[in-house]
Design a protein around this ligand. Sequence first.
Ligand code: SF4
Length: 271
Amino acid sequence: MGIRRSRTASRRTLQGQHDAGAYRSLGDTDINGLVPLEGGYQVKGLRLTELYSSIQGEGPRMGAVTSFVRFGGCNMRCAGWPCDTPHAILPEIWKHDPIVPPDYIVKKIRDLPGKNVCITGGEPTLQPLEDLEKLGTQLLLEDYTVDVFSNGSLKPFPLWMLMEPSVCIIMDWKLAGSGENQTGMEVRIQNARALTSKDALKFVIVDDMDFESAMFIWKSLGELKCSIWAGVAWGRYSEADLIERIKAARVPWRMNIQLHKFIYPGVDKGI
Ligand code: SF4
């Protein structure tokens, strides 16, 4: 394919430069490394797992030079793929990552190229929401656009994410193939319906049954304002087959390509 290039293509990373913030023990956390709170869970502080520059491989800003801020902690365990960021979901790995304040992250981002920032994880809404808002607000003040990748199952998306035109929420709706299709269903329905035209709802497909489920869910959710995307679980379903399914179903969905995985084949981190 034309877009396949060398994995040695130039990219700049700040991995290994996590020099701010004291380590904290997981202490009073549960088995997933999460702190139980009334009405939900969160991790302790902004647990920065990765901060690096690459290109956005997914969603409406695909192709944009982007600073990736990956936070540790996830409420799901997608055994079906399996998850491609184990370092961000397993507390035995991310507990060694530093806790940093929002302005530390902003300062690091200023040194990187591009004006798009991707806030991701793990599940980023597990981070303290007030810190996440400070981070997002400062980035917006400095004219960055912000992508937020979330499974949307934990809590209602905060207003700044929903209302700010420069923030694109990409909500990943987990289907049966992920192994997590039942988690947080009520919140997911609420969040999907709250998305607006700047946002995206994304289905990741592992087989024909997942495609049929995605169709059913999409129809059941009623009229949505956001764009709808479908992509394959990497290596589990053919992109060409998925395109044929989308065409045959005559649905106004867009194909989500994990562009970074074509550009940097076999690279797990920092892309
Ligand atoms: S929700 Fe995302 S980060 Fe969490 S386990 Fe599933 S694929 Fe991994």
